[in-house]
Ligand binder design. Structure first.
Ligand code: FUL
Length: 674
């Protein structure tokens, strides 16, 4: 039965054994603390919980499915993904900020909550904090008396969705970052956010940590002494939060939190998908990882979880609705409703929650194009869920726990009640239930749910349909968890279906089976590519004028995301490395775009740059220089704007790379001023 532990992914399990070396004190993950929601009582004779199980706040959180992320702060005004920490609070002055309209759009879009970046890595606090001078108190907006956290929290209450917050541990502004002084301020910030704004359903502790920063003027590189876990003392942070908000789900926080990252910033999570991990939460604890467990491995564990893992840490898939990034960007394009449906199936449909980012622009309003995509996405989901063909059907099973009692009977599969379930006797792993629909129906989506309060049990299942009097297998699934939703390879018309559980870690406890039909005209396959390239100035006449010998700079201007310029050929050419392009004619340029290498490795991935332009190819002007933030987790196209100027030539220089001593670029483009 445990062969799947070997099967899942060799790398993931290699890491699992490392994570299982727990130094975590037993009481920390106690099921209840005062004030924490309690799970309803199981019916008499219910199966014993198997392995790690969720707390009731986690169960309720996993049922939320879908909520908003909102990045809004100084980066909105500078166009940076990661502010350095020296940005002036004076920059924050939205002219039309309207929390009510933003939250209403989330509610109308079917979202169940929102998480606001109260402080990002640049350290600027968007509420009336007493912990630092680098805050909204110094911003001209509302004469320094404004409080964005308050406005969002109040709007959420008004519109009946939940409020959550993101508080970056890394603070590139604070003079004491990396020392004890910062920890005091940081704990104060957590306390302010969790005691002054009502219920907070989730708090995010981002894993990006340490590096260059302003740090009160020191302008240097600082790390987290002893590793992030030890420096912030997440064990203590979690204890403090449990006292302040016992029902708040803690995201990240090394291996002490309640929820984990889904493994990429594209919203997709892995399948098979387990809600459990080893004692040490896989992501963001590099100091704990031996050589064998690199970034890739961490991402794999985050995406898939670990079967039989001893902690319940369900995943959240995060992605921005806009290709521009997490903060609002000039010229950013939203993902299409169809692409968002693909994300839905690859995230919610695998049992993770989806947190979809919509960022207000400089005026403080959502981009209408983003809202249009949000509503188009809602329309497609409404069409998908319009009719559950299995709801209210007749269900029968040969194997039912304790001889067919009502409490565990198959009828629970189709009653629309998430708390009731079909279960078998303890030793019965393989089992089947036949569902007879009120009449013949045509469907191509199946959704199955387990009663997760008893642990995640099922590892393999199949759905059969009775077609022309014969049972035919129409889809095969692996894990189930809180929910798994699969698209059948083709539409099926049938009146009887059969759910077959073929492998499980303990007797199955299945709460629901639903059948749906994909909205007319939705082609998910066509929608699966979620990264795009901005169509800028056409490159047909472009020529490479110069590039380091032996490197293929043409690959960076061929319009093909899969090929890339790379200075690691026969020998490793260290940064800085440049290439020069002649565009054939002069144009007024306003921005350049950079797509990092897309082949899944970060070696030589350029994360700092200089961009220069020229009219004659002889005298050059530097128009942009800086850092591409967040590439490791989200290697999407970056757009860097500069003061518009005419040029025929440009020079792109990679001045630093994430890993290894060479540089690369999959694609460089330029955008013209109107
Ligand atoms: C990442 C951050 O570094 C990004 O800027 C963004 O906030 C994303 C949601 O998380 O780790």
């Amino acid at each position: 039965m445990f062969s799947r532990v070997k099967k899942i992914l060799s790398v993931a399990t290699a890491c699992a054994s490392v994570f299982a070396l727990s130094g975590v004190p037993a009481g920390l993950f106690a099921k209840t603390v005062p004030g924490m929601l309690e799970s309803p009582k199981q019916p008499a004779g219910a199966p014993k919980p198997h392995g790690a199980t969720p707390t009731e706040p986690q169960v309720q959180w996993q049922r939320m499915e879908y909520y908003a992320f909102t990045h809004f702060g100084l980066n909105t005004f500078t166009g940076r993904e990661w502010g350095y920490g020296d940005e002036s609070p004076e920059l924050f002055n939205p002219t039309k900020f309207d929390a009510d309209a933003i939250v209403k759009a989330f509610k109308d879009g079917g979202m169940t909550g929102m998480i606001y970046t109260a402080k990002h890595h640049d350290g600027w606090c968007s509420w009336q904090t007493k912990t630092t001078g680098h805050s909204i108190r110094k911003s001209p907006w509302k004469k320094g008396k404004g409080d964005i956290v308050r406005e969002f929290a109040d709007a959420c209450k008004k519109h009946g969705i939940k409020f959550g917050t993101y508080l970056s541990p890394w603070d590139r502004n604070h003079p004491e970052y990396g020392r004890d002084g910062y920890i005091k301020a940081y704990y104060g910030q957590i306390e302010e956010l969790l005691t002054n704004y009502g219920d907070v359903f989730e708090i995010w502790f981002d894993g990006a940590n340490g590096g260059d920063g302003y740090y009160g003027g020191a302008r240097e590189r600082r790390n987290t002494p002893g590793g992030a876990d030890k420096y912030y003392n997440f064990e203590q942070i979690v204890k403090n939060i449990r006292k302040m908000q016992p029902n708040c789900v803690i995201w990240g926080a090394s291996h002490y939190g309640d929820a984990r990252w889904g493994g990429s910033e594209r919203g997709h999570v892995g399948y098979p998908h387990w809600h459990t991990v080893g004692s040490q939460n896989p992501e963001h604890t590099p100091s704990k990882h031996p050589e064998t467990c690199n970034d890739n491995c961490r991402h794999i564990v985050s995406a898939h979880g670990i079967p039989g893992g001893d902690r319940w840490v369900p995943a959240e898939g995060d992605t921005p609705i806009n290709h521009g990034g997490w903060f609002w960007r000039q010229g950013g394009q939203p993902k299409s409703p169809e692409q968002l449906m693909q994300v839905w199936f690859d995230c919610v449909g695998r049992g993770a929650n989806l947190i979809l980012n919509l960022a207000p622009d400089k005026t403080g309003r959502l981009d209408p194009a983003d809202v249009k995509a949000l509503m188009g996405f809602k329309k497609l989901r409404d069409a998908l869920y319009k009719k559950d063909f299995a709801l209210g059907a007749k269900a029968a099973a040969k194997t039912v726990r304790r001889g067919n009692t009502k409490s565990f009977g198959p009828q629970n599969l189709v009653d629309g009640d998430l708390d009731s379930y079909w279960a078998t006797n303890d030793k019965t792993i393989k089992a089947e239930a036949v569902i007879t629909l009120p009449k013949k129906a045509t469907f191509d989506v199946v959704r199955v749910r387990e009663e997760i309060r008893l642990g995640q049990r099922v590892a393999a299942w199949a759905l059969d349909a009775e077609i022309d009097g014969e049972w035919k297998e129409v889809v095969v699934g692996q894990t189930i968890g809180v929910q798994t939703m699969l698209v059948l390879p083709e539409k099926v018309t049938a009146q009887r279906v059969r759910l077959r559980i073929t492998d499980a870690e303990a007797c199955p406890c299945i709460s629901e089976l639903s059948l749906f039909k994909l909205p007319e005209g939705l082609n998910l396959k066509k929608a699966s590519n979620v990264s795009t390239l901005t169509a800028g100035v056409p490159k047909t006449k472009w020529k490479i004028v110069s590039a380091p010998a032996g490197t293929n700079a043409k690959a960076a201007i061929d319009g093909n995301a899969a090929t890339f310029w790379h200075t690691h050929m026969k020998q490793e050419l260290r940064p800085p490395q440049s290439f020069v392009v002649d565009m054939g004619e002069a144009r007024k340029l306003r921005a350049f775009t950079y797509l990092p290498r897309q082949d899944g490795t970060t070696n030589g991935m350029t994360d700092r740059y200089v961009f220069e332009i020229s009219l004659d190819g002889k005298s050059w002007k530097k128009v942009a220089e800086g850092e591409f933030g967040n590439l490791r987790a989200n290697p999407i196209e970056q757009t860097i704007s500069f003061t518009p100027e005419k040029a025929r030539y440009f020079r792109f220089t990679g001045t630093h790379a994430l890993d290894k001593n060479h540089v690369s670029a999959a694609e460089i483009g330029v955008l013209e001023a109107k």
